[in-house]
Write a protein that binds this ligand. Sequence first.
Ligand code: PAF
Length: 280
Amino acid sequence: MQTLSTIASLRQTVADWRNTGQTLAFVPTMGNLHDGHIELVRQAKRQADRTIVSIFVNPTQFGPTEDFNHYPRSETEDTAKLSAVGADMLFLPTASEIYPTPPQTRISLPELSNRLCGISRPGHFDGVALVVAKLLNMVQPDILLLGEKDFQQLSILRQMVLDLNMPVTIASVATQRHSDGLAMSSRNSYLTAEQRQTAPLLYQTLCAVRDAILANDTDFTRLSAAASATLTQAGFKVDYLHTCRQHDLQPATTADTNIVILAAAWLGSTRLIDNVCFSG
Ligand code: PAF
């Protein structure tokens, strides 16, 4: 696996691969790789001739009081994992390579962004959209692989690619979970042993709401409130827990069949997100 840190060298390698007719899959990450990321790489390898992974902790998607400076960085371990799974290239740029000057361009999708995580993380999705658009312009892959755990991010990036006619296909990959159901996340490493014991309740609670809806309970507001109360009682500070329609993240109604229940909740100083998608 090659590790490249400049856009010029990335473009050169991509051009060489393109010139020999090879297809490209791209997995953008912020590093601290876990099995969820590795599954993205495995699926990428099945879908294209070459797999490029980026590791870039993107400053523009962190708010001023968020964990940018403390975000877990583990480049040596990450490089070994990517090499072992058979990625062809790691793109590991510096912040000044990606943002040589403060960016003036904004990519905002307010309808999808100003809800759910966007309420407590203003500007977050603008930062995600900007960096992913920039990375797509650099890599120009055929396929972009994204995890379903960040469901709102996935919806926003699908819409951005559609709106801007970006020539890439997005493939989403199911959330990878620990055996107790907790979604794999780089931020799980912040949890204390006691919080780690409590954390799986987030997914269990979302599944319980899904099961109630599938058993024909259609009072989504009451179900969400009861689920939030369960989490609060267990020690979570719930940011939101909503039942939405998958295609536009608006509140679900009884007429909707493709539903996603999304939640964000704090355990101590760690903010966890998760979701459960189903067709009712
Ligand atoms: O999901 C992430 O890790 C990030 O938001 C992404 C897509 C790599 C953009 O920085």
